[in-house]
Design a protein around this ligand. Structure first.
Ligand SMILES: *[C@@H]1O[C@H](CO)[C@@H](O)[C@H](O)[C@H]1NC(C)=O
Ligand SMILES: *[C@@H]1O[C@H](CO)[C@@H](O)[C@H](O)[C@H]1NC(C)=O
Ligand SMILES: *[C@@H]1O[C@H](CO)[C@@H](O)[C@H](O)[C@H]1NC(C)=O
Length: 404
């Protein structure tokens, strides 16, 4: 029956044409939606942020980047990335271990430490010293492989709310834990991990605009804001008086199955005890990698004293983690610093092609993918697109469900 088969062919062709028409229409609509360049949309000026976090230094007084002069590749890369996010950077030279004199080391067994770690330690000390010498109220210190999301400023706006609220919350929680009698624990044991985490957290939703203080957008009742890391434990549960802040429905947080510091690592705890797209701000508890952290003037002085003068006997990031945990020699409850961190982190290591680290340790012995963990709209992953002036953004960790 030839006529019927012709009919089929006709029908198929017609359907194809309709489909093509629809596809073109959709594409056209998408084009007109992104009529102005993506990078502009998320840059400082066009977002019209009037608060301090909108400025060139993200509301800190300065941003320092640690870069070894022989790693010009990294300097180039972070400079381009910063230019698209409207960041103004100050440089702190990385140091080669062979240029540090034996007698310049503080007490402690520095001989057991790798050359990479010695150089990194000295560079971080120099960054802290710059903050002290320039009498800055706050300084953000970045390592030169740090990466971030295009929506960095809105993330920091949310974070700043937490940074201002958390010190008081922690004080209240500590008072509560000292005053409460043990029986309360019996109730706690009956609750699920999920419920315990929920009760330990004060939830805030991710808002579009905030009242952010001009002079000190992050407050100043902390010593360190640990904004970039490669793994962190949560603070202890405190179901009767929350000691964490949860930013709910944060679109910049990847889905739970992506939340791990390395492709082969196990999932971060937050992926199982909090709803998807939650970001948690809390007191530090064993934090790894010093990719990005802010210090106050007081914080900088304390750290330089502790590790530049008093003792140096382990890699700086481990030392910093111990310091924040109150594990430094002679630390007491009273002198314990207040370090605040965030999970997932806001800054993360970018692993470019042919990654080579000058500090052996965290990345030794395996070749990671080209990626930035935790960062969905990574500026570094989009550099090529940005310099070519292309629209749109490469999403690293797309949601599995269709967004509505
Ligand atoms: C950005 O804002 C902070 C906080 O108000 C301020 O200390 C810093 O000087 C500002 N930076 C610039 C480049 O204006
Ligand atoms: C350092 O800054 C503080 C406040 O920001 C100010 O009170 C102090 O006088 C400054 N010190 C010097 C030596 O400029
Ligand atoms: C740190 O995290 C571990 C593991 O989750 C927990 O058992 C411990 O209580 C925490 N300690 C502090 C000081 O936050």
């Amino acid at each position: 029956m030839p006529s019927q088969s012709h009919g089929h062919v006709f029908l198929v062709v017609a359907l194809c044409l309709v489909a093509l028409f629809l596809l073109l229409r959709i594409q056209h609509n998408e084009d007109s939606h992104s009529a102005f360049p993506f990078s502009k949309q998320y840059s400082r000026t066009s977002r019209g942020l009037s608060n301090a976090i909108g400025n060139d230094t993200l509301g800190f007084q300065k941003i320092f980047v640690i870069n070894a002069p022989w790693r010009t590749d990294r300097k180039d890369s972070i400079s381009i990335a910063a230019s698209y996010s409207g960041l103004s950077l100050d440089w702190v030279d990385g140091v080669a271990a062979e240029n540090i004199l034996e007698k310049a080391y503080p007490p402690g067994n520095h001989r057991t430490i790798s050359d990479g770690n010695k150089g990194s330690w000295r560079a971080h000390m120099n960054a802290l010293r710059a903050i002290i010498q320039q009498n800055l109220t706050t300084g953000l210190i970045l390592e030169d492989d740090a990466d971030w999301d295009f929506r960095l400023r809105s993330q920091l706006e949310d974070f700043s709310v937490g940074a201002r609220m958390l010190p008081n919350l922690i004080t209240q929680a500590e008072l509560h834990s000292r005053s409460k009698k043990p029986p309360q624990l019996m109730d706690d044991q009956r609750l699920s991990q999920f419920e315990l985490a929920k009760r330990s957290s004060l939830a805030i939703s991710s808002p579009s605009s905030r009242n952010i203080p001009k002079a000190e957008p992050y407050g100043r009742d902390w010593n360190i804001l640990w904004l970039g890391h490669c793994g962190a434990e949560l603070s202890p549960l405190s179901p009767n008086a929350p000691n964490r802040i949860a930013i709910m429905n944060d679109k910049t947080v990847p889905e739970p199955q992506y939340l791990k510091p390395m492709p082969l690592a196990s999932l971060d705890k937050i992926s199982s005890v909090y709803p998807p797209h939650t970001r948690i701000i809390h007191r530090t508890n064993s934090t790894l990698c010093s990719i990005a952290y802010a210090v106050t003037q007081t914080g900088a002085r304390r750290l330089l004293y502790e590790f530049g003068i008093r003792e140096f006997n382990k890699g700086y990031d481990f030392a910093l983690s111990d310091y924040c945990n109150g594990l430094t020699r002679g630390a007491t409850q009273e002198t314990m610093p207040l370090c605040i961190t965030v999970q997932p982190p806001i800054f993360s290591h970018h692993f470019p092609e042919r990654m080579k680290s000058d500090i052996t340790g965290h990345t030794a012995g395996f070749v990671p993918a080209v990626e930035t963990r935790y960062v969905r709209w990574s500026v570094r992953m989009n550099l090529e697109r940005l310099v070519k002036g292309e629209d749109g953004v490469e999403e690293q960790w797309p949601d599995t469900k269709m967004e509505t």
